[in-house]
Design a protein around this ligand. Structure first.
Ligand code: ATP
Length: 340
């Protein structure tokens, strides 16, 4: 990866919040004998900064609820960030209007976790794959559209003769192939895949990951993979970003994160993966309960669960610092040397 190159996607200090304040009566709390009006805000993405370069497979991992899907949807413009800047190929895209975003939507596609939910059950495969062509290539004739559908179906390993079938007639793996075909129809450069294999059997997961890799090789695609399972992406990722409670805690090259995890949370995530040849798993137990994104702690968001935490961790937000080649870690302990 050439970090001197211009990034394809650039995020600068991006924040995304959700107002989850309930009904009228839920908005009040009693403080010193008086009702005080309070909003409940989920801080789903909390000051995230990174660059993704052309041809990379950039993975974002973290436990359920850490803000991965929100980050993916913010990147692709499905959600509007509260704060921060998003650049695509050098152009700022977060502040564009719906119509101004259209050319970027073609260049940037999304694949979702559950292909059954993301494919319209009333649409045949042909109709599903025809839709993006109608939108982005209205000049194509029906014949040209059908040719393109057959070509892409073949590329993803679904027989073109099945174009008139409905989603329920396919297995989970085949449905995910159709979702990938839908993303490839408009010849994108960048694909954001949100847990694309989590709903599939392990054997099918490998096939779908291979399909992603083949498509990348043929088309020079750039990927942002979202997953809760580090073992799924560790070997195919050029870089892995580890996310905890809306913040990035570590960003390392794919091979390195497995062999040399630096942040205490990355170490704990990796220790949960059983490895061949290890007699007894050295599982690192995190202390305390999962912190609520409604009440983020001061200082490092991970400090309440971290066995290495010291006083500075409760007070100061760690800023990511460069550790080793191309790795960045946001941890006072790693920076000051008391986390080995
Ligand atoms: N539309 C929404 N309205 C309110 N809160 C939301 C909304 N979407 C997400 N959240 C909250 O934001 C936080 C991050 O959610 P998100 O789905 O991004 O996490 P995730 O890491 O992708 O988890 P999962 O893997 O379970 O999908 C969670 O606390 C979630 O409840």
């Amino acid at each position: 990866m050439n970090t001197q190159a211009k990034p394809l996607l650039k995020l600068e200090d991006v924040y995304k919040e959700f107002d989850v304040t309930g009904g009228f009566w839920e908005q009040f709390r009693w403080e010193n004998g008086r009702p005080v009006r309070k909003k409940a805000i989920v801080k789903a993405v909390n000051g995230v900064t990174f660059d993704i370069y052309q041809g990379e497979t950039f993975s974002v991992v973290g436990e359920s609820g850490c803000g991965k899907s929100t980050l993916a949807r913010t990147v692709t413009g499905l959600l509007q960030p509260e704060c921060g800047k998003i650049f695509y190929d050098g152009d700022r895209i977060d502040d564009l209007s719906y119509s101004q975003k259209t050319p970027y939507k073609k260049r940037m596609q999304m694949v979702f976790q559950d292909p059954y939910a993301s494919l319209n059950p009333r649409f045949t495969v042909r109709k599903t794959l025809e839709e993006p062509l109608f939108f982005h290539y209205p000049e194509l004739t029906r014949e040209q559209r059908l040719d393109r559908i057959a070509e892409v179906m073949e590329q993803v390993g679904v027989h073109p003769a099945w174009a008139e079938r409905f989603p329920h007639e396919f297995s989970g793996g085949q449905r995910q192939r159709i979702s990938i075909a839908r993303a490839l129809m408009v010849d994108p450069e960048f694909i954001v895949a949100d847990e694309p294999v989590s709903a599939l059997d392990v054997s099918v997961q490998a096939q779908i990951l291979n399909l992603f890799m083949e498509a990348q090789e043929k088309r020079g695609l750039t990927y942002m993979f979202i997953t809760h399972d580090l073992s799924v992406v560790a070997h195919i990722s050029t870089r892995v970003a580890v996310m905890y409670l809306g913040s990035l805690c570590e960003l390392s090259p794919g091979g390195e994160i497995f062999n040399n995890p630096r942040h205490p949370y990355t170490k704990a995530l990796l220790s949960a993966i059983p490895r061949l040849g290890e007699k007894k798993a050295k599982h690192i137990r995190l202390k305390g309960e999962v912190t609520s994104p409604l009440h983020l702690p001061s200082g490092c968001v991970f400090h309440k669960r971290c066995t290495y935490a010291k006083e500075i961790c409760t007070q100061e937000i760690p800023t990511p610092f460069t550790a080793g080649d191309n790795a960045a870690v946001a941890c006072h302990g790693v920076e000051q040397g008391w986390v080995g």
